[in-house]
Design a protein around this ligand. Structure first.
Ligand SMILES: Cc1cc2nc3c(=O)[nH]c(=O)nc-3n(C[C@H](O)[C@H](O)[C@H](O)COP(=O)(O)OP(=O)(O)OC[C@H]3O[C@@H](n4cnc5c(N)ncnc54)[C@H](O)[C@@H]3O)c2cc1C
Length: 267
């Protein structure tokens, strides 16, 4: 599948909204999970083929011509207009996804596979906790929109500074805590964990969604499980990216990291 850019919007200095439309989305079907993502193929400048391309055939090309796969959350799907909205972090002049988003123009095309997902706010929870950085902000937004009406939802979101904040809405009773990283040159791995540890303890059964930078999500997971704030079966926690590694380097070691985190003693 592929989409054609029909609109772009700079939501914040670090986050670009790209709306895709066109005939390449005819077969797109959104599933039930709240955190659905598509696996997008970003093309290097040397790519000698246009979108759409045969994604099996391009695997045979030399590395410098092959597309770079990046997972991006479906921020919204408008089934009537058949338009797909993605919010992509533009983090400096690096990264195939970030740079593409920062420069996207109406008419540009993006090919992808999916969607797939893994979390839906548990119906039986008394409260919801949503934690992450800009990479998880689109999924935090869709999860906040998917909780049952009236129930407490706390979102803890790390952004660069106040200009990085966006409006979040929810049928639940939503409280958002913004964590600013600007001016912090150390302790970045613990920013979210410290903010989560400082929250009043939620009562009852908690369903939690914790995604974003690997070391940060690991630190939050520790707090949530060690303090017994969330039971493991109601915690969705995964490392979306790793500081200091691009996605190729990260995917090469991610499975080992996830195993190491899962084996971590929690008492
Ligand atoms: C299921 C899933 C859903 C995701 N949804 C989204 C989404 O909706 N929006 C989104 O923006 N990202 C999302 N991500 C994260 C995204 O796939 C990664 O951040 C990816 O590495 C970005 O690719 P890139 O080409 O821009 O940078 P890369 O080429 O992978 O990396 C280049 C450099 O930038 C750094 N970097 C990567 N991401 C960030 C970041 N967010 N902030 C600061 N530095 C960074 C890397 O560590 C590296 O040093 C999702 C990831 C997963 C697994």
């Amino acid at each position: 599948m592929y989409g054609e850019v029909v609109a772009t919007e700079r939501l914040t200095p670090q986050l670009v909204r790209v709306v895709l439309g066109g005939p390449g989305l005819e077969e797109f079907v959104l599933g039930e999970d709240a955190d659905q993502y598509v696996n997008c193929f970003f093309l290097p400048e040397a790519a000698p083929y246009p979108v759409p391309f045969d994604d099996e055939a391009v695997r045979e090309l030399p590395r410098e011509q092959r597309p770079y796969p990046r997972r991006i959350t479906v921020r919204a799907w408008d089934a009537e207009r058949r338009e797909l909205t993605l919010d992509i972090a533009a983090h400096g002049d690096v990264g195939y996804a970030g740079r593409w988003a920062g420069r996207a123009q109406v008419g540009d095309r993006l090919q992808f596979r999916g969607p797939a997902g893994g979390y839906r706010p548990h119906e039986d929870a008394d409260a919801y906790l949503l934690v992450g950085d800009e990479s998880a902000l689109p999924a935090i937004a869709t999860c906040a929109e998917a909780v049952p009406a009236g129930r407490p939802v706390v979102a803890v979101v790390e952004v660069e500074d106040a200009a990085g904040e966006v409006e979040l809405t929810s049928p639940g009773a939503l409280e958002v805590h913004w964590v600013h990283r600007a001016g912090r040159h150390d302790g970045l791995d613990d920013l979210l964990a410290e903010a989560v540890a400082a929250l009043p303890r939620p009562t009852g059964v908690v369903s939690a969604f914790v995604h974003g930078e690997a070391a940060e999500t690991r630190a939050v997971r520790r707090v949530l499980l060690r303090e017994g704030i969330v039971a493991q079966e109601r915690l969705s926690c995964s490392p979306y990216w790793r500081r200091g590694m691009d996605d190729e380097a990260w995917r090469a070691v991610k499975a080992a990291w996830v195993r190491e985190v899962a084996a971590e003693p929690l008492d």
